[in-house]
Design a protein around this ligand. Structure first.
Ligand SMILES: *Cc1c(COP(=O)(O)O)cnc(C)c1O
Length: 325
């Protein structure tokens, strides 16, 4: 299968490193653990949205748009990376952030200010009410807006992770490493959707397990499968069967979105102190807590290999200082 990729901007620092976590592997005494460093993709702190934005911003420029609009939580990594991409290409950027403006400007929110984004707070309202108002305002300024959905999770965004699987396959074959399982935090679904389609494209046979960050498994599974199928069509791959490749685990939802609990704290400290690698409080801390728990319960055997896909998010750490100490 050869995808017909749309045009893409070379934004990300690629390929991101593939590393073995020797000390974490020994500490947990289970499968061999590898990590894919998409926390090192660039755009003012890195993260998985950079690969998505390579295709999204290319599409914006193709349509002559000069202003990016997107939405997310107050500490959204996606919003910060979008603001950085806009700056890099000389585009305006408006961010619709959920809830009230917090008292302390830190983490990704601080970076959004430094990157020159215009910020709108939804307050009590739903973001779907606020976004059209911001679109209209940008148009009144005489600019042409390009709307990027939550998490950049549409067929353009997911395409970034189809390509990422090609990158991984090349790295694995050069390093002569076989991967049995991939663990990735999954929320708006674009990353996992791209990965499962990419796995089909490159003939990757490891099982990709999305650790749900904030949705019931069935709901996220259906969403990811639908997006992967739509992305297959978008890339000219026809009716590629991908739904059966979508595996979602919702055992680690904890106290809800962005609620840091003991499991996330333990995972963040463990990986920091054994490997010198920072995870984030909302996504990768939770996904790693899931991996640690699965290893402890014997979900994998010794001799098997697990790849933890680091999707970034460390820019949010300072905003959660009081929950992490
Ligand atoms: C957005 C994000 C995710 C989830 O990716 P989706 O494509 O939305 O499922 C995971 N980790 C981090 C750090 C993120 O910012």
């Amino acid at each position: 299968m050869k995808p017909n990729y749309p045009s893409r901007l070379p934004i990300a620092h690629l390929p991101t490193p593939l590393e073995k976590l020797e000390r974490l592997t020994r500490h947990l005494g289970g499968p061999d653990i590898y990590i894919k460093r998409d926390d090192q993709t660039g755009l003012a702190g890195g993260g998985n949205k950079t690969r998505k934005l390579e295709f999204l911003v290319a599409d914006a420029l193709k349509h002559g748009c000069d202003h990016l609009i997107t939405t997310g939580a107050a500490q959204s990594n996606h919003c910060r990376q979008t603001a950085a991409a806009a700056a890099k290409y000389g585009l305006g950027c408006s961010l619709v952030l959920c809830g009230q403006m917090p008292d302390t400007v830190t983490g990704n929110l601080l970076l959004n200010h430094l990157l020159g984004a215009h910020l709108y707070w939804t307050g009590e309202r739903d973001r779907s009410q606020v976004i059209p108002e911001v679109v209209a305002e940008v148009e009144t300024m005489g600019r042409k807006p390009y709307l990027i959905p939550l998490g950049g999770s549409n067929v353009w965004g997911a395409t970034g992770y189809v390509l990422a699987m090609e990158e991984l396959a090349t790295q694995l074959s050069r390093a002569n490493v076989n991967i049995d399982f991939v663990i990735v935090g999954s929320s708006s679904g674009g990353t996992q959707a791209g990965m499962v389609l990419g796995a089909r494209v490159v003939g990757f046979h490891g099982r990709i397990i999305g650790i749900s960050i904030d949705h019931p498994a069935e709901e996220l599974q259906m969403h990811v499968a639908a997006l992967a199928t739509a992305t297959a069509t978008h890339l000219g791959l026809g009716t590629t069967a991908v739904a059966d490749l979508v595996d979602v685990n919702d055992d680690y939802l904890g106290g809800g979105y962005a609620v840091v609990g003991e499991a996330e704290r333990e995972a963040i400290r463990m990986v920091a102190q054994l490997e010198g690698i920072l995870l984030d409080p909302v996504y990768t801390g939770r996904a790693m807590a899931g991996l640690i728990d699965l290893i402890r319960w014997g979900a994998f055997t010794r001799g098997q290999s697990v790849l933890f896909w680091h999707t970034g998010g460390t820019a949010a750490l300072p905003a959660f200082a009081d929950k992490l100490l």
